[in-house]
Design a binder for this molecule. Structure first.
Ligand code: MSP
Length: 512
């Protein structure tokens, strides 16, 4: 079985500092990377910055900086964000790197060699903000300004010589490809969007600009700069050392297992990208998942709308794991989700402090006071004990399958239910009233510890720091961590000394 997993985030435009939408894509990708690793997969997790094109050129000009100097500055912020978010990315690619130039040049040459490119003239609409071409019927006029209907961004008229990619020729082949690979685009609603767009007819795509200076030059014609999306998408290959296809990284990890993207960049990843690759005789990725947007008061959170919740501020105030947990749990994956400080605080208090934190605290302090902080012996298990422990075994495969369908909602709901059940179990069993029945008392505590251990393993991809802190009670560290261990009901060895830990999550009072 293929035990390699290559996951990517979009590479971010370093046109301004990172915001919550960027943090969201990255945290979700990290969730999958961590989950796969504890399942014994070799994972390659890539993120980075998309540094060419008009958008970046203009952002640099507005600061009176050379584009490369500007990118060095802002890309640093994204590299720092990766660290602050505790991402386990294996690489961080910048499209201004040599290895990337090499890959883009090779891909272009391959397309040229295969007669997929021709020189002509482009006249049409272009949005610098989206770095996208739009046809007349994709434009609307609002207050005398021409805007893209789908993104709402301003468009300008472009008329110049341009190289074209024969996208129209790939229309039927793409439809065949989608048919043969029903999971290539997820979720279903996005797949339908793409299918109807492709069925409505594909036009050849302009893939170079004469007027753009900031980018990678067309190898055979220095007067043209390669379209920034053809340049950017290639990053997924550059990081595997393409065009050297015999190297280990490429052999192990291409085609990519999952390109995780926001729904606004679906067309580029689900139509253009597989078409470029097929045209260059390269296998397309296995899956593209278009997640929803983080909204603030029903609007997409974005710089131009001025409704940004800065991830750095939130982390400083509430900590990283609460933010990771909140975004993963409260934004129903695949859909748009509204976020707010109030909801974040509620989530910290109810799920993290009351539910998880409290369970760990109660069980450990009971053991400390009554059982010398050692793993107790377990005696005869009751039906309740077996039921609650076996829940994990019974759902083991379900959880695996659901995660392979990117159903994060299922995964987190399972955890929340187990947390409720574990707290209820501890309450109902009343170990504090069992001091005359030490065998039962020991057994209840053994089962409770096993529940804490199993739940903490499941929480690892979501709140890694806290999960590892709790697992350190049992002397389990990151390198020993395995998803499979939730099958085991006798993992903990009686008499093993347990470690104490401090409070996991402080409850946030209204006036804090
Ligand atoms: N540079 C391109 C991607 C090239 S990939 C080969 C780009 N960059 S971006 O910085 O504008 O956006 C990167 C990702 O962040 C996209 O997936 C986008 O959907 C996501 N988000 C940006 N704002 C968002 C929200 N408010 N909510 C959720 N994600 C959104 O596009």
């Amino acid at each position: 079985m293929d035990k390699n997993f290559y996951i990517t985030t979009p590479i971010y435009y370093p046109s301004a500092k990172p915001h919550m939408g960027h943090a969201y894509s990255s945290i979700i990708a990290d969730f999958f990377a961590r989950f796969k690793r504890i399942n014994g997969y070799k994972v390659f997790f890539l993120t980075g910055t998309d540094e060419h094109g008009q958008k970046i050129q203009r952002a640099a000009e507005s600061q009176n900086l050379k584009p490369k100097v500007f990118c060095d500055l802002i890309s640093k912020n994204f590299q720092n964000l990766s660290k602050t978010l505790n991402l386990t990315n294996d690489d961080f690619i910048r499209t201004t790197e040599k290895r990337h130039f090499k890959a883009v040049n090779s891909l272009w040459k391959k397309l040229e060699e295969n007669d997929e490119i021709y020189l002509s003239k482009y006249s049409g609409w272009y949005s610098v903000s989206d770095e996208a071409f739009y046809s007349d019927d994709e434009i609307e006029i609002v207050n005398n300004i021409k805007l893209s209907k789908s993104s709402g961004s301003k468009v300008e008229w472009v008329e110049e010589e341009s190289y074209f990619f024969r996208l129209s020729k790939w229309q039927n082949k793409l439809l065949d490809f989608y048919n043969e690979n029903p999971n290539f685009i997820l979720p279903e609603s996005r797949r339908n969007e793409v299918l109807s767009f492709v069925k409505s007819g594909l036009k050849d795509l302009s893939i170079s600009r004469k007027s753009l200076k900031w980018g990678i030059k067309v190898p055979s014609n220095e007067n043209h700069t390669i379209y920034v999306w053809l340049d950017a998408l290639t990053n997924y290959l550059s990081a595997l050392n393409y065009p050297d296809t015999s190297n280990n990284l490429y052999k192990k990890f291409w085609p990519a297992s999952l390109h995780l993207i926001g729904k606004d960049i679906l067309r580029f990843h689900a139509i253009f990208w597989p078409a470029f690759l097929l045209a260059a005789n390269i296998k397309p990725p296995k899956k593209v998942y278009g997640h929803g947007w983080i909204l603030s008061g029903e609007e997409k959170m974005s710089k131009s709308k001025g409704n940004i919740l800065d991830p750095m501020d939130i982390i400083k105030e509430y900590g990283l794991d609460p933010l990771r947990y909140y975004l993963i749990k409260e934004v129903s994956f695949g859909n748009d989700g509204n976020i707010s400080r109030d909801q974040l605080v509620k989530c910290i208090n109810s799920d993290l402090a009351n539910n998880y934190g409290n369970l760990c605290q109660r069980v450990i302090s009971f053991l400390d006071k009554n059982l010398k902080l050692e793993v107790p012996n377990k005696y005869n298990l009751t039906i309740e004990d077996n039921n609650i422990l076996n829940n994990f075994k019974e759902n083991y495969n379900n959880l695996l399958n659901e995660i392979d369908n990117q159903n994060i909602n299922y995964y987190i709901n399972f955890i929340v239910n187990q947390l409720f059940s574990a707290n209820k179990y501890f309450n109902d069993q009343e170990p504090w009233n069992k001091k005359d029945d030490l065998e039962r008392l020991n057994t209840i505590l053994y089962v409770s510890l096993e529940l804490i251990r199993k739940i903490s393993v499941l929480l690892y991809p979501i709140i890694p720091d806290t999960s590892l802190k709790v697992l350190s009670i049992f002397d389990i560290n990151e390198t020993d961590l395995s998803y499979e261990s939730i099958l085991n009901n006798d993992f903990l060895k009686p008499k093993a000394k347990l470690k104490k830990i401090g409070i996991l999550f402080k409850k946030i009072e209204k006036n804090d």
